[in-house]
Design a protein around this ligand. Structure first.
Ligand code: SAM
Length: 477
């Protein structure tokens, strides 16, 4: 009797590899992919799976290199283009990523994921109308895909249409009520619109259907706190802490509510999460609040003219450069080249789009300041010390990175208090730190600076009320 060995089907093996990667079973996926490699000649499908595997293992460079080779061999393969768009996006290469995503959509006009990636990239490249067009098609094809819905709402908000963004999230929640990320996005959107009553009712609705998520309870606490319901906020923060005791975002919010002792700086994941979500509306919002520090820095530099007697006074380091408002304000003065550092990639993408920075880095300011070189002629810290309580480590490191005669300009918020002996710094309910004038002076002097100027400076207006602060000019003698 003849026997037939069951011949594994390459398509089925390929599907298995994909499922294993999605399930995080990377070793098993590797073994099956190796078997697939013995069975079928190398081609776009195996290359795509191998790059996917590298991506899932966090090997971004390897995935990129494999995809470059695979795309060169099969330039009209939509899946490879889409995956390379994703990888390039993660590497911060927005324009090449958008080109790949557009190519993927052109090659396969029914590819909803390609349209979604293209839409996300258009948002990040500051083209919200194009983003909305792509993402509307993606959501039309897959209305229950929460990532597509969230991205469409973000694009609409970036275009200034927060009403429509909220409606998109509401429709998404109606379709997939259990998806916590949509619930959180809706609460966050309401908080950003400063509609704290709506934020509260959205968070309550999620709680009622049994969503148990640290972030949701943190946002519930935040909205209650903004409504002045501080005791209930404390309860919500307690629940948030129970659900996510180590979540830095939640811990910082809880500390800001006064229910936990405040850490001496805002945790990086908290800052990144806040500004990633805020990047698209940051400038619009700050202009509306009358934010004036970049212009004040420019005025101080013009008055002091630290470049007098030399060609220029750069390079300049912009700490927490955000979307580049400070760079824009000073780039035509002889202070270049400008280097910027920030934790939030989407803020950095906006800074890059201004074309005034010679170098932009995604890093913590303390990490960058701890490096030995280069020495700077000027260091600017506009509205970033409010994410630090204790200032000595930052100021000491900045002093070490200035050359002799170099200047550091800083702005800080001041505590709203009539206390005659306020603590040197205090973490406020909004998650920002305020510092007393005496403390800023003492910390600067302890770091080795000569305090050349230090005086009150309104930072911005909230509900038409000036937010008091300080502007200091510190010199390394
Ligand atoms: C309020 S914005 C100010 C942006 C800019 N300096 C301006 O004046 O427009 C604060 C920025 O500092 C960044 N930031 C806060 N803490 C940081 C840290 N430890 N390291 C790097 N960036 C930080 C945030 O990501 C955010 O972009």
């Amino acid at each position: 009797m003849d026997t037939f060995a069951a011949q594994p089907d390459p398509d089925i093996l390929g599907r298995r590899v994909r499922e294993m990667i999605d399930a995080g079973k990377l070793n098993a996926a590797r073994a099956v992919l190796a078997a697939l490699g013995r069975l079928a000649p190398p081609g776009p499908t195996t290359a795509e799976l191998s790059a996917r595997l590298a991506l899932a293992a966090g090997q971004l460079d390897r995935a990129a290199a494999e995809l470059d080779l695979a795309v060169a061999a099969a330039p009209t393969h939509a899946g490879l283009r889409r995956l390379r768009a994703d990888v390039r996006h993660r590497r911060g290469e927005h324009v090449p990523a958008a080109i790949d995503a557009a190519e993927a959509v052109a090659l396969d006009p029914h590819d909803a994921s390609g349209k979604a990636i293209l839409g996300v990239l258009m948002t990040e490249l500051g083209r919200p109308a194009d983003a909305v067009a792509c993402l509307t098609e993606a959501v039309g094809a897959e209305p229950a895909n929460p990532a597509f819905v969230e991205a469409l709402a973000a694009a609409q908000a970036a275009g200034g249409d927060t009403d429509r963004a909220s409606a998109t999230l509401a429709a998404g929640i109606a379709r997939v009520p259990g998806r916590v990320e949509l619930r959180n996005a809706a609460v966050l959107m309401a908080i950003r619109r400063r509609d704290f009553a709506a934020a509260h009712s959205l968070a309550e609705a999620a709680r009622r259907i049994g969503v148990a998520d640290a972030c949701l309870f943190g946002l519930l606490g935040h909205s209650l706190s903004c409504l002045g319901r501080h005791e209930e906020a404390t309860e919500a923060y307690d629940s948030a802490l129970k659900l996510g005791p180590h979540d830095p975002y939640v811990r910082h919010l809880v500390a800001a509510s006064g229910a936990l002792p405040g850490a001496d700086r805002a945790p990086s994941p908290y800052v990144r999460a806040v500004f990633e979500g805020y990047a698209d509306r940051f400038e619009q919002h700050l202009v509306a609040l009358g934010y004036r520090i970049p212009g004040r820095f420019r005025a101080v530099l013009q008055r002091l003219a630290p470049w007098t007697g030399r060609e220029d006074c750069g390079p300049t380091l912009d700490l927490g450069c955000g979307t580049g408002l400070v760079g824009l304000a000073v780039h035509d003065l002889p202070v270049g080249p400008l280097h910027g550092v920030d934790l939030a990639p989407r803020m950095l993408a906006r800074a890059a789009a201004k074309g005034v920075y010679a170098e932009l880095r995604e890093a913590d300011v303390l990490t960058v300041l701890a490096e030995p070189a280069p020495l700077y002629g000027l260091i600017l810290a506009a509205d970033v010390l409010c994410y630090f309580g204790t200032l000595e480590p930052l100021l000491t490191a900045a002093h070490a990175r200035l050359r002799a005669g170099g200047l550091m300009l800083v702005s800080t918020e001041s505590p709203a208090t009539d206390d005659t002996a306020p603590p040197p710094w205090r973490l406020g309910r909004q998650g920002r730190y305020a510092h007393t004038e005496a403390y800023l002076r003492a910390a600067a002097e302890a770091a080795g600076f000569t305090v050349r100027e230090l005086g009150p400076e309104v930072q911005r207006f909230e509900n038409d009320i000036p937010v008091p602060g300080l502007l200091a000019v510190l010199a390394r003698s």
